[in-house]
Design a protein around this ligand. Structure first.
Ligand code: MEV
Length: 304
């Protein structure tokens, strides 16, 4: 048996969501296959994996994660691994799974929001702290609270570009926190990102690619103020602006990935190849975490 989990992107509102502002995220049609296999070979795992195995009281196992996407790309790998192991081992309903996966992620990262865990568990477009949509669940941590709802909208095509360097969510969230604590300018930027997200959610429902692209560009310009962009991110974003409707960094930044809403796919492909960057041509998907159907056991071929 194995569990499949989609990767996730944030269309609008990363970082601001940590402080309770709205964000719009989505599962994308790039899946990881996660399995937990008995073994006595004592392999080395990441802190996320170890914490999850300890939580479940699991010993003598190997966790196998199969995905084309590099870790540290801002596409939800740690949330996926935690949720994948939990779902592999226990019969959770989706809400409890999203909640417990977030608790484990938070215990390792010490910061952040439950947006990644909820998005990969629920699938589809997930609106955090916005109005409208179909209510999913609420997650609380200390004095903070995130309301999640599902936004019914058509899938959109995306090109996801890995910048070639990992971004550390923990470090980038800490950097933005310092900025946020400095005062009014930071709060204004967060508020502006919140407004972009609310407008973005309406345009995603309408399927207005021109407007979605424009808002992605605006959101990226705001994120740059936090100092979380890099030279490669900027190069890819400007390419995305030239050959797509819009582009922005996605996730924590400081490396990781850029999302482009593609227009001239041929040119975009050629330019990305020239830059020698890994990219994925994909789309948003309604499919959240799921278990692989167990194949019927091979009982041998009967003849006669
Ligand atoms: C990470 O995918 C998004 C951030 O907003 C952090 C978080 O919400 O946990 C940067």
């Amino acid at each position: 048996m194995a569990v499949y989990t989609p990767h996730k992107i944030i269309l609008f509102g990363e970082h601001a969501v940590v402080y309770g502002y709205p964000a719009l995220s989505a599962a994308v049609d790039l899946f990881a296959r996660i399995s937990v296999i008995p073994s006595r070979n004592g392999a080395q795992f990441s802190t996320f994996v170890n914490r999850t195995l300890n939580y479940l009281g699991l010993k003598d196992v190997i966790v196998k994660v199969e995905t084309q996407v590099p870790s540290g790309s801002g596409l939800g790998t740690s949330s996926m691994i935690i949720s994948g192991i939990l779902y592999h081992e226990r019969n959770y309903d989706k809400e409890s799974l999203a909640r417990e996966a977030f608790e484990i992620e938070y215990s390792v990262q010490g910061s952040g929001s439950p947006i990644d865990t909820t998005t990969i568990v629920a699938g589809g477009y997930v609106l955090t702290n916005g109005s409208g949509g179909i209510p999913l669940w609420t997650v609380e941590k200390d004095t903070r609270k995130w309301n999640f709802s599902s936004i019914p909208a058509k899938a959109i095509d995306l090109v996801i570009v890995y910048t070639g360097s990992k971004g550390s969510t923990r470090e980038q969230v800490a950097k933005v926190r310092k900025f946020y604590e400095r005062g009014k300018l930071a709060k204004d930027v967060m508020e502006s990102i919140g407004n972009i997200t609310s407008e973005g959610a309406r345009e995603v429902i309408r399927g207005n690619l021109d407007k979605i692209g424009e808002l992605m560009n605006e959101n990226h310009s705001e994120l740059k103020i936090f100092g979380i962009s890099t030279e490669t991110i900027e190069k890819v974003v400007s390419l995305g602006r030239n050959y797509g409707y819009g582009a922005k960094l996605t996730g924590a930044g400081g490396g990781g990935a850029v999302i482009i809403l593609p227009k001239d796919r041929e040119k975009l492909r050629a330019k990305l190849r020239e830059m020698n960057l890994m990219f994925f041509e994909t789309a948003t998907t309604n499919v959240g975490i799921f278990r692989e159907r167990q194949e019927p056991q091979d009982l041998g071929t009967q003849s006669g």
